[in-house]
Design a protein around this ligand. Structure first.
Ligand code: S3P
Length: 176
């Protein structure tokens, strides 16, 4: 069973890329935020508001463990913070191929500035300037984790054909 994990900041397109890449590889796509919402019957926003971030990170860890137990070839879109808490990054690195979808804060601002209210970690950052600063500070903290990924790809100019080829050759090299 092969698992491909997509890592990266909010707005880097993990969910969309997961579906497209899964389609090309003939795998199924899952999304950890969606699994959490299905499991709790609550939106991510509500979970943060009612129970706080620490509780959300526990749910993320539990959902990751569930995904790791799935006997299926999968492309997994992970929540932006997931590789940066607990031992989540090493669990994923030990179980499959991790791809960091790289985007700069500037690039992310243009994708996110109209939807900050929907995102618990960005909801207080109104306006492009404030959003840029908040993204820079999150990215600075997270980059050391994201950089551990097996492969990196540009989030903004993603070449899906080349990425699919890279995943396949990795798979072959690992004898999977
Ligand atoms: C988060 C990213 C979100 C979601 C939650 C926290 C983060 O997922 O898990 O709001 O800490 O970066 P996306 O990266 O899919 O937006």
């Amino acid at each position: 069973m092969i698992k491909v994990f997509l890592w990266g900041m909010m707005g880097s397109g993990k969910s969309t890329v997961a579906k497209k890449l899964a389609n090309r590889l003939g795998y199924s796509a899952v999304d950890t935020d969606q699994l959490i919402e299905a499991k709790t019957g609550k939106r991510i926003n509500e979970i943060f508001e009612e129970k706080g971030e620490e509780y959300f990170r526990l749910l993320e860890e539990a959902v990751l463990d569930q995904v790791l137990d799935m006997r299926e070839n999968l492309v997994v879109a992970t929540g932006g913070g997931l590789p940066c808490f607990k031992s989540n990054a090493s669990k994923m690195l030990g179980a499959g191929i991790c791809i960091y979808l790289v985007a700069s804060s500037d690039q992310l601002v243009s994708r996110l500035w109209q939807s900050t209210e929907k995102r618990p970690l960005l909801k207080d950052s109104r306006g492009k300037e404030a959003l840029f600063k908040q993204l820079e500070s999150i990215l600075e903290e997270r980059a050391p984790y994201y950089e551990k990924a097996t492969l990196k790809a540009s989030a903004m100019n993603l070449d899906l054909v080349s990425l699919t080829g890279q995943v396949r050759s990795f798979q072959n090299d690992l004898g999977l």
